[in-house]
Design a protein around this ligand. Structure first.
Ligand code: ATP
Ligand code: MG
Length: 286
């Protein structure tokens, strides 16, 4: 269970200074965020790179079928937390974790968990589009190929469905055999989203997916995220406060590896409980 904290706490002392001084602070999680049905539950999760602690005892649910934005200054642990959710951090040497992360109520760290299967249930898209050096078609059906799927009809069906889902079908339907590397940056990013949804995941993890894109391409990705809502649970890292307020249902504000405040986006942006959150989302620091 995640501890509930719904009362407006005293904000006389500066929490950010408290944190910088190494003192423990309690995250403020709004009631609506706790009431929503969770797809993922992060429970007292801490993470160390070697001796350096990057995540400090974070507990929060990720509401199912909704878009949750992770915001906070550079280096506060957003990517680390995102990569923990589908165990992408497993490969890093000297990593220590404590606490738990549940997907559909089950720990992702249980000994029986197949990490490859887990990552299929939680697709990930990175800051820089990373299409594979192969055709558009093969890029999309890659997750099925590694599963050994060879049926042509199935592959082309999934390819079309995923490209449609990623709002790229109309632009590439005639050039599916061409290299994915020949697409524009925005198209490449939508191709990566198509690949991520080809394995029909429950959760999509997006790490600043628009930061390398122009406003037009960014608009397309934002429209796409809007369409994915409901079918998928989306957890997105963004530096762009306007983007977070436009596309997310919930927003979590992090600072120095801690969760500071988490709630419904409109409330986080218009009347957060904490002054620190207000200062950050209005661009007063960070
Ligand atoms: N592989 C790693 N090894 C050691 N330290 C790391 C590693 N990855 C991240 N860190 C450190 O962990 C902290 C959190 O990094 P992280 O990349 O999660 O931050 P972030 O919030 O995503 O930042 P940004 O907004 O700049 O992408 C930073 O101090 C970073 O230097
Ligand atoms: Mg990052």
């Amino acid at each position: 269970m995640i501890e509930q904290m719904t009362e407006k706490p005293a904000t006389e002392s500066n929490r950010l200074e408290e944190i910088a001084a190494g003192r423990k602070i309690e995250a403020v999680i709004h009631e609506q965020a706790l009431e929503a049905e969770p797809a993922v539950e992060i429970e007292h999760f801490s993470l160390w790179y070697g001796k350096k602690q990057a995540i400090h005892d974070i507990s929060m649910p990720i509401p199912k079928g909704e878009v949750t934005a992770l915001v906070g200054p550079s280096g506060c642990g957003k990517s680390t937390l995102l990569r923990s959710v589908n165990r992408m951090n497993d490969l890093i040497e000297g990593l220590t974790i404590r606490g738990d992360i549940l997907l559909g109520g089950d720990s992702i760290f249980s000994p029986g968990v197949d990490v490859i299967e887990l990552r299929k249930r939680m697709g990930m898209v990175f800051q820089k589009p990373n299409p594979f050096p192969m055709s558009i078609f093969e890029n999309v059906v890659y997750p099925l190929r590694i599963d050994g799927q060879r049926d042509k009809n199935t592959l082309s069906q999934v390819c079309e469905q995923s490209l449609r889902g990623a709002a790229l079908w109309e632009e590439v339907r005639e050039r599916q055999q061409e290299s994915g590397l020949g697409l524009s940056g925005g198209q490449q990013q939508r191709l990566c989203i198509a690949r991520a949804i080809a394995s029909d995941p429950e959760v999509l993890l997006l790490d600043e997916p628009c930061s390398a894109l122009d406003p037009l391409a960014t608009g397309k990705i934002e429209d796409l995220i809007d369409d994915l809502r409901g079918d998928y649970t989306v957890l997105i890292v963004t530096h762009n406060m306007q983007q977070a307020s436009r596309i997310s249902d919930y927003t979590a504000f992090m600072y120095l590896g801690r969760l500071i405040e988490f709630g419904v986006t409109s409330q986080i942006f218009t009347k957060p409980y904490l002054k620190e959150t207000e200062d950050y989302v209005t661009g007063r620091f960070g």
